[in-house]
Design a protein around this ligand. Structure first.
Ligand SMILES: [Zn+2]
Length: 237
């Protein structure tokens, strides 16, 4: 039969394992799983799509106006040729053609102005799209990296937990005094995961409260089981 001191030492070893299990679980639950990075990536992708739509619209508009300009210029050229060929002699018809050429000239000037405007807009839209695409690529890369790091770390902690759980089971199985083990477990559940504390000078190693000298003496003697007056944890010299 193990002595009280040996049992308490065994429980203290179990406590070390339990603390590591608790730590690994806490780390696992607080890992960045990439949710935020995914939201950022989706927003960046959406922004790039909006910029692409603007760029598409402006460049379409530009092409339309360039085609219109080609048509109007061709029309004016054909009127001018008619005029220079000298085949039209009717004065009224000549005047009409001149008027038409003038009107087409105004249209061409308006179209030139509009095309210049649209070229500037298209350039700006393209620059914004390029920047938005780069941002989306970066955000997606960050998301991928975050998820990969999360998975690797989660698995690593999972393996650590498997090992620790096995160790814990073996240590618990090797503890003769099952009722004291249960008591330790009950205290641990109520006291933030720590069921047994070593004396820390004149204080409890669990709650750090200074203990009465009679209790300290009793803990050191290890004849009878002692618990901290303040936190209720099992005491070990
Ligand atoms: Zn205490």
């Amino acid at each position: 039969m193990a002595t009280l001191s040996e049992t308490l030492t065994a429980l203290y070893a179990i406590q070390q394992i339990d603390t590591r299990i608790q730590r690994a679980k806490r780390l696992q639950s607080t890992l960045d799983n990439g949710m935020e990075a995914a939201a950022q990536s989706a927003a960046a992708r959406e922004n790039a799509a909006a910029k692409r739509s603007i760029q598409h619209h402006v460049s379409g508009d530009l092409k339309d106006n360039e085609l219109k300009l080609d048509t109007v210029e061709a029309k004016r050229k054909s009127y001018q040729q008619k005029l220079y060929q000298g085949s039209i002699t009717n004065v009224k018809e000549l005047a009409n053609i001149e008027k038409e050429i003038e009107a087409l000239g105004r249209q061409i000037s308006d179209l030139d102005e509009r095309i210049l405007e649209l070229m500037e807009q298209a350039e700006a839209a393209q620059a914004e799209l390029t920047a938005a695409d780069a941002e989306a690529t970066t955000a997606e890369g960050h998301r991928t990296d975050t998820v990969a790091a999360f998975r690797a770390r989660y698995e690593e902690l999972g393996l650590e937990l498997t090992d620790l759980t096995r160790l814990r089971e073996a240590a618990a199985a090797g503890t003769e005094d099952k009722s004291l083990l249960k008591r330790y477990d009950d205290i641990r559940l109520k006291a933030g995961g720590v069921g047994i504390g070593r004396l820390d000078g004149n204080a409890c190693g669990g709650c750090h409260m200074t203990l009465p000298s009679t209790l300290i003496k009793a803990v050191k003697e290890s004849v009878q089981l002692q618990t901290c007056d303040n936190c209720g944890r099992l005491m070990l010299p």
